[in-house]
Design a protein around this ligand. Structure first.
Ligand code: F6P
Length: 505
């Protein structure tokens, strides 16, 4: 599917390059190994192993110009209603900086600063108490960002609060999280933008009962009154977020309270500063040197010119093991759309399936398919140059594997024995962080946010709504009485499954 204006030129480049292997592209233009690299602060990106040449890249940049990506970034930062279907801005950038002089963005930034002070005060209160453990209750955007960052940046030794995450409605999750904890030394934060999410309401009730009341319950919500009323939480312990922050873009708001509890408020502010530094790059760097734009254009090339239906993220830093799960929501909830802003069919394929894992483990599980399977999966490899553990030899081994995998995937290796031959030609982008710090991680996450936004603009879709998740929620609510045997299901297959569930209970 390739019917959107501007995409036919990409198709012509893909046709022109069809006979050329990836190693041949690099051999013909060895300078691209350096020239296709871009750096911002502690973040380095090398796109030399993507299957385009300079001419195709120029066309891609032409597409970014034609779609006025620079103007689109300005509108995002200014707080224009880029979420057209819900009539909302998407001002996550105002949570971490004040790059826009628009009154809307300024006001949002001022609100964010006020809430940061309230966060710091609540943390100080908790530090002065006997609380050692925090249970963060939330799901999706109210869970995955804090979970990723707290896990990535927590110290190797017990230090600050131990933060535990509870998201799934499956009671086994609550049972497992709570089993090792002491209710007299635990506090809970209920995080929900809407405070209408089934999982969080049910798990919040479990926490309130387990804690023996609401005294050590905290909440974060864009509906603070509802949060306070539903769980009798003192208003002083309910922090606001706002409609102008999308759930999956919200870890920079009070939704990041579990992060600040796990790594300290200074660490949280460092995360925001790193994101703000990348924001300045995304907003101000020329399109041709803009890392988020290049990342987005590479995604468009792989999806629309080459037709690849999946994208992998492999982290060669164990601390980033949750990055693929976080990105799955950020990318697939944002870009999993089939219609343009005006409701017309998008005309090109949009988001591929995003997935991934942590190397080197993944090499011993699914990398076989990446090397010799019939489908090609473009990959982002994310590594960290300096390790913070005392095991230098292991880090060298980790880095050697990172380099080896990207080389093997791109270059392949011939063999007289077809079973032992590697076709190569499998593209990847190398992303290196000088070190894993709050600042560099903030920048990396902001890069992905801005790449997602750029992709949405290139496809002409809304990155900030998610109506596709609603139908299943409605049906699940309707099926609760059917599960209790009060009514029959309307769908005949569901009815048989219900009978099976009841018979085997
Ligand atoms: O089901 C999807 C979703 O709406 C996400 O977009 C959101 O991050 C998540 O549910 C949780 O929503 P809330 O923060 O309102 O509980």
């Amino acid at each position: 599917m390739n019917n959107a204006p501007g995409f036919d030129a990409l198709q012509s480049h893909a046709t022109r390059l069809r006979g050329q292997s990836l190693p041949a592209l690099i051999a013909q233009d060895p300078a691209r190994a350096r020239d296709f690299a871009l750096r911002e602060g502690a973040l380095y990106f090398n796109f030399a192993r993507q299957a385009y040449d300079r001419s195709a890249l120029e066309s891609l940049i032409g597409l970014a110009q034609a779609r006025d990506l620079a103007g689109a970034y300005q509108r995002l930062f200014d707080g224009e209603q880029v979420n057209v279907t819900e009539g909302r801005a998407a001002l996550h950038t105002a949570l971490r900086g004040d790059l826009s002089t628009s009154a809307t963005a300024r006001a949002a930034h001022a609100q964010a600063l006020e809430v940061q002070q309230r966060m710091a005060a609540l943390i100080a209160q908790l530090e002065a108490s006997n609380v050692t453990d925090i249970v963060s209750v939330g799901i999706g955007g109210s869970d995955l960002g804090p979970r990723l960052v707290a896990d990535a940046l927590r110290g190797p030794l017990p230090g600050r609060f131990r933060v535990h995450f509870l998201s799934n409605v499956d009671g086994a999750a609550a049972q497992r999280v709570l089993a090792p904890l002491d209710p007299s030394r635990t506090a809970a934060i209920l995080i929900s933008k809407t405070f209408g999410t089934q999982e969080t309401l049910l798990n919040g009730g479990i926490l309130r009962d387990w804690l023996g009341g609401s005294d050590r319950l905290y909440a974060v919500s864009a509906n603070p009154e509802r949060a306070a009323a539903a769980f009798s939480i003192d208003a002083a312990r309910v922090l606001p977020m706002w409609d102008w922050v999308g759930g999956r873009y919200s870890l920079w708001s009070a939704v990041g309270l579990p992060i600040a509890l796990a790594i300290g408020m200074d660490g949280f502010l460092g995360l925001l500063a790193g994101a703000a530094a990348f924001d300045a790059h995304a907003l101000n760097a020329p399109l041709a040197d803009n890392i988020a734009v290049r990342h987005a254009l590479t995604a468009i090339w792989n999806r629309n010119a080459l037709g690849h239906a999946a994208h992998g993220v492999m982290t060669y830093d164990q601390r980033l093991a949750l990055l693929p799960a976080y990105l799955q929501q950020l990318v697939m909830e944002s870009l999993g759309k089939s219609v343009r802003l005006d409701g017309s069919a998008v005309g090109v394929d949009t988001v591929p399936v995003w997935w991934g894992g942590a190397g080197t483990d993944v090499q011993h599980s699914f990398f076989q398919a990446l090397h010799q399977g019939t489908g090609i999966v473009p990959l982002d490899f994310v590594g960290t140059v300096r390790n913070d553990d005392p095991y230098a030899e292991n880090h060298l081994a980790l880095m050697s594997n990172l380099l080896a995998q990207t080389e093997a995937l791109a270059n392949g290796q011939g063999s007289a024995d077809p079973h032992r031959a590697y076709a190569g030609g499998r593209p990847s982008t190398m992303i290196l962080l000088d070190a894993l710090t709050p600042h560099s991680l903030g920048g990396l996450i902001a890069m992905y946010e801005h790449s997602v936004y750029a992709q949405s603009v290139l496809w002409g879709i809304n990155a900030f709504d998610q109506f596709g998740v609603e139908l299943g929620k409605q049906l699940a609510n309707g099926l609760l009485p059917a599960l209790k045997g009060e009514v029959a299901a309307t769908d005949p297959v569901t009815q048989v499954l219900l009978e099976e569930l009841r018979a085997r209970k």
